[in-house]
Design a protein around this ligand. Structure first.
Ligand code: 13P
Ligand code: SF4
Length: 306
């Protein structure tokens, strides 16, 4: 079967079975094309809560499917590739968080959205890469315990000099692998290109960027900008989506290390099986954990609106 034949079957079956397909922007283009919504992890979970369909399939990694379930407990949420985890989300569990909080009394516990539901349930506020600075600035608390991404934490810390930060030594192995030398070399090779970087990259890389922001932020910036060339400092799948959306512009990779193997576990045949009910894994959450994790997300929404 060809890619387009399988895509056609998926489009038919999702209509028949009343399924909504969500694809994170790090998914391959064949999957993005059959999705109802494409975006970042938080944006997708908000969209999912507003759709009429009762079944939602997440093409992404486990914490993203959990975030959908936290906000839409009445829906059946299925992770298309059950083995797709996120090494950053797995760096800290509830027990380690309780221990960190006990060692840092008086600090507000702030977690990145790239964490498990169990971890969010232990924290006061959740942030996304695009909202982190605003939310932490709007928090009345001065002392911030930030987990798990040290690079995002350091990026926020620089912009909130009146706050006292304790950062965990965690992060995304893919984004953290990008070196300053790669950034310097790509800028030299493409002197007219703007460098767009995700804040999960090291500070010394982000310092060289023309724009630092979330996956959605990077995509929007590249689409709206009058510039014609861009070096993309996040997962390399985005390059291909931008090439389709902006055929008049040229995109270069910042680093060949920027490939997330977990995001690549979702395949079109796997998604098809998921639609027929033969594949994927339904996400279930303990109700107490879900409610506590939702409290952490609700506080983010409340602080974002201030
Ligand atoms: P976003 O929240 O920007 O989608 O990022 C998810 C991610 O996994 C980044 O590495
Ligand atoms: Fe996790 Fe990094 Fe992959 Fe994002 S790119 S899902 S943070 S491992």
């Amino acid at each position: 079967m060809t890619v387009s034949e399988l895509q056609k079957k998926i489009m038919e079956i999702k209509k028949e079975r009343d399924i909504c397909i969500l694809a994170h922007s790090y998914q391959s283009h064949d999957i993005v094309e059959v999705a109802d919504f494409v975006g970042d992890s938080y944006g997708l979970s908000v969209k999912a809560a507003s759709v009429a369909q009762k079944t939602v399939i997440m093409c992404g990694v486990r914490f993203m499917a959990e975030t959908v379930k936290i906000l839409s407990p009445e829906k059946t949420v299925i992770l298309s590739a059950p083995e797709a985890g996120c090494p950053m989300a797995d760096q800290i569990d509830a027990e380690k968080m309780r221990d960190l909080k006990a060692k840092n009394p008086g600090y507000a516990a702030v977690c990145y959205v790239n964490t498990t539901a169990e971890l969010k349930a232990e924290c006061d506020v959740c942030v996304t890469s695009s909202s982190a600075v605003k939310i932490i600035k709007n928090m009345p608390e001065k002392k911030i315990l930030f987990v798990p991404d040290i690079n995002l934490g350091s990026f926020v810390k620089k912009q909130c000099p009146d706050k006292d930060f304790k950062l965990m030594q965690g992060g995304c192995p893919r984004h953290a692998a990008v070196t300053k030398e790669e950034a310097v070399s790509q800028k030299k090779a493409h002197p007219n290109a703007l460098l767009l970087v995700h804040p999960e990259c090291k500070g010394e890389v982000a310092d060289l960027a023309d724009y630092v922001g979330s996956t959605t932020g990077i995509i929007d910036f590249a689409k709206k900008s009058d510039a014609k060339e861009f070096i993309i400092g996040t997962e390399n799948s985005i390059l291909q989506h931008l090439e389709y959306d902006c055929p008049d512009k040229t995109f270069y990779v910042l680093s060949k290390a920027l490939i997330c193997p977990n995001m690549k576990l979702t395949t079109l045949p796997g998604l098809y099986k998921c639609c027929t009910g033969e594949g994927g894994e339904e996400i279930t959450l303990d109700e107490d954990i879900r409610l506590a994790a939702k409290g952490c997300i609700d506080r983010m929404i409340e602080l974002e609106g201030k």
